[in-house]
Ligand binder design. Sequence first.
Ligand code: DHB
Ligand code: MG
Length: 224
Amino acid sequence: MSEADQKLWTEVDAFFDEALIGTDAVLEATLAATEAAGMPMIAVSRSQGRLLALLCQAAGARRVLELGTLGGYSTIWMARTLPPGGKVVTIEAMPTHAEVARRNIAAAGMTERVDIRLGAGLTVLPLLAAEKGDPFDFAFIDADKANIPAYFDWAVRLSRPGSLIVVDNVTRGGAVIDAASGVADVEGVRALRNALATDQRVSATVVQTVGSKGYDGFILARVV
Ligand code: DHB
Ligand code: MG
């Protein structure tokens, strides 16, 4: 993709965002605080945040699982959709990220609806399972890509029939089709793709995207 492509995709995102979503001071402040903390600016875009919110609502989500809190941008988008008593349980491996997210989530007035679990996903998920809480209605997998297959498996196990699961960043700039990539992120997505070929627990599809965040895509799965 060229610089001209990227410029156009960003402008088209802005064109629609302006009319369909508008600006939100709390969410903009979340991004500003994330940037000020020196964290990577890899949160979902505004339109993708709205998409997550719409999917949570379509799924009637009361309990949401998120892997990869980062600054809490997507967390806030999803938390805002929840009914009283609803909760986003969001797992973050980096203490500094979790602290920035905690402040952003508090500034958004979402503290009561968000449960940040600090630790590596593969450490926290078994602990979460042992709590035997209600199943998650929606899961957003947006953490380290190498562990995507394991995260997806946990998300299914912690869900119920009808739950939706979104896996972010699955195209890896197109490298996902390269069997000889050797890059851990790519291998992680490829392994999920291969597992889905025989995973009878879900029905899944991929949506490739362009926009302010470049060329990317997500897998959307429904637990059968
Ligand atoms: C990366 C990770 C993300 O979750 C994302 O949305 C974009 C990029 C990355 O690790 O490069
Ligand atoms: Mg992502």
